[in-house]
Design a binder for this molecule. Structure first.
Ligand code: FPP
Length: 613
């Protein structure tokens, strides 16, 4: 795995000050819940993927942290895409490229349906980051897809240098915040060496993971003096040659990260961050040395005691150092458009706008901060709709398919980001075989021939392939591939989906990670759980709507819908049109969501001004 840029390396020569008060993602994003959720996800990705980096970011002025989370999360997502060894390099390259192109489009549109890109776009526009540089940093990930071999340290350093544009983004933030961050010329060498040291530490730390994937990210020049070491490493054999090589490399990395001159004359906040990073890297190198043969089996981690010993005093110093001068934090730059205008898809399909409502109905204008990001629907009442008309139940499902098209158009019209539909549950197998075949075949045909194909809709599937017809699974996978670059609406179809099944499988994935030593079972958090869900980027459900006059949630998205606003309507699904979705969203926009917090104190006058519910 490639080591990511070390943020502390972006710190030299900062002479700036920070706000006295606490600046959080909330105070940066105002009341825009999508943006807040996007930054929260980036924060979570940083904390879960790179706890050390997260702790270092905590030593930065609070106003700059959300931007750093966004940059870091983007680097992590790209890194993961480039690293997915279950697919071949062509597919990995295609995935990285698709993400990169989507970012380009999102930057032009100033908005994204993908949460990490949404935060990154906001960061880039708000802080006026150098976009060509940012895009250069993003596309440098493409190199990662191909297996890297380096003849000598010079080539290896060239690889490290590809990270500099990421690091520069962080330096840029300081400049935009009004903190001049000139790199002193006499410290340039130290600075470069520090980055190399951080990289080498990461390569040594990740040795077991990389070797498992057939990667050895060290130059020949370093391996050659230790005959047999390369062969032993590739076969994951701990030998005297490997032990000597590791000892040599940890000693080299220790020298490179120990650059006391680099912090001379620097702002104490920046110096603190850099010194702490160096301390952390040295402790990590101690852990590599102490691991011995275990280094080839699992990633050596720092103990809580070691981390506390490093970070507790550093946090005190940071608080003091940054508490003197405020930084300038620019306002967010919002997109000017609200109506959905499809852009050309990367698959060169000419995308259509959604057909208008038959009676010309137009969507209500919902303020951006009151729009749900994610609406999930239990489409109930197909059978009763058919029975009411003396028709066989399958006719209800055919009519229900038309209602799906109508709702997707309504979602595009109103600018919804995520729509998730419960089309077939793990419990639906209890139905009559003929009815099961009708539902599954209606979905299959719709994927291959239906009118959603050419709308700006990214289609995804949530559920399990067990028992599903192969043609349906293939059609679902084809639709996912074909639409993966679309950005208008993410439509997730839950097919052979059950909430408890999802939770059980996620728990099993976590147990496997714990067994492999990738996660400490005593420290498993909600974030770890969320990261192991089938679609970790799926946002929480804001609004859960069920038609058909039933008031239960029936094993639908239990993890994501914990805080969802519930909306039950009496009509049967086939009778639904897009105005019902707009009505549901309008009602949602009037609700006060508290997520467990105490209600806001309101005066009698305020109370009379509140919308009735
Ligand atoms: C619940 O109504 C509905 C289903 C189990 C199937 C829903 C499937 C569709 C609407 C087709 C989906 C098509 C696409 C393109 C996603 P019910 O049969 O339980 O109705 P009842 O409660 O009246 O019996």
């Amino acid at each position: 795995m490639r080591a990511k840029p070390h943020p502390a390396a972006a710190e030299p020569d900062v002479s700036t000050h920070a706000p006295r008060g606490r600046t959080t993602a909330r105070s940066l994003t105002g009341e825009d819940p999508h943006l807040r959720a996007a930054y929260r996800l980036c924060h979570r990705i940083t904390r879960v993927h790179d706890p050390g980096i997260h702790a270092l970011f905590q030593l930065m002025p609070a106003a700059l942290r959300p931007a750093c989370w966004a940059l870091w999360a983007a680097a992590s997502v790209l890194d993961d895409l480039a690293d997915q060894r279950d697919v071949d390099s062509t597919e990995r390259e295609a995935r990285v490229e698709a993400w990169t192109q989507a970012l380009e489009r999102d930057l032009a549109a100033r908005i994204s349906t993908d949460q990490v890109r949404h935060a990154l776009v906001d960061t880039a526009l708000r802080w006026r980051l150098d976009l060509p540089h940012l895009q250069g940093a993003v596309s440098s990930t493409l190199d990662e897809v191909r297996d890297r071999r380096f003849a000598d340290w010079a080539e290896w350093r060239g690889w490290c240098e590809a990270l500099v544009p990421w690091v520069d983004q962080v330096r840029h933030l300081f400049e935009r915040a009004g903190a001049p961050m000139t790199l002193r010329l006499d410290r340039q060498r130290d600075y470069k060496q520090f980055i190399d040291g951080a990289q080498l530490t990461d390569v040594l730390t990740d040795l077991s993971t990389d070797l498992a994937q057939g990667l050895l990210l060290l130059p020949r020049e370093a391996l050659d003096p230790f005959p047999d070491a390369e062969d032993d490493l590739r076969h994951r054999r701990w030998s005297p040659a490997v032990a000597a090589l590791i000892a040599e490399l940890t000693s080299l990395a220790r020298q490179w990260v120990t650059r006391p001159a680099m912090t001379t004359g620097m702002h104490p906040g920046a110096a603190n961050m850099l010194d702490t990073a160096a301390c952390l890297l040295r402790a990590q190198l101690d852990a590599v040395d102490a691991a011995g043969p275990a280094l080839l089996k699992r990633t050596p981690r720092l103990s809580v005691v070691t981390r506390t010993r490093i970070f507790a005093p550093a946090r005190l110093r940071a608080g003091l150092a940054w508490s003197l001068t405020p930084l300038t934090v620019p306002e967010p730059r919002r997109p000017a458009v609200s109506a959905h205008v499809p852009r050309p898809a990367a698959d060169h399909t000419a995308l259509r706008t959604s057909p208008p409502h038959p009676e010309g109905a137009r969507p209500p204008q919902i303020p951006a901060d009151q729009m749900p990001a994610h609406v999930a629907v239990i489409m109930d009442g197909n059978g009763r709709w058919a029975q009411q008309r003396g028709l066989p139940r399958p006719e209800g499902h055919h009519a229900g398919t038309a209602a799906v098209h109508e709702i997707v158009c309504g979602a595009l019209d109103i600018g919804l980001r995520h729509l998730t539909l419960y089309a077939f549950s793990t419990e639906n197998w209890k139905r009559d075989t003929g009815e099961i075949i009708t539902i599954l075949e209606a979905i299959r045909r719709d994927l291959d021939e239906g009118p959603l194909r050419d709308l700006d809709v990214r289609q995804r599937w949530l559920g399990h392939p067990d028992k599903l017809p192969t043609e349906l699974v293939q059609a679902l996978q084809r639709a996912e591939r074909r639409t993966r670059n679309r950005i208008g609406l993410t439509l997730t179809m839950c097919i052979n989906y059950g909430g408890r099944d999802e939770i059980t499988r996620t728990a099993a994935a976590l147990a496997r990670a714990a067994q492999a030593g990738d996660i400490d079972p005593h420290l498993i958090s909600e974030d770890d759980f969320a990261r192991h869900l089938p679609h970790p980027d799926m946002p929480d459900v804001d609004l859960l709507w069920r038609t058909g006059n039933e008031q239960r949630t029936s094993n639908f998205l239990p993890w994501h819908a914990t805080y969802a606003e519930l909306h039950f309507t009496p009509g049967y699904w086939p009778d639904i049109d897009r105005r019902d979705l707009w009505q549901a969203i309008t009602e949602y926009s009037r609700r006060q969501r508290r997520h467990g917090a105490a209600p806001l104190a309101i005066t009698r006058d305020d109370a009379s001004a509140l919308p009735s519910r």
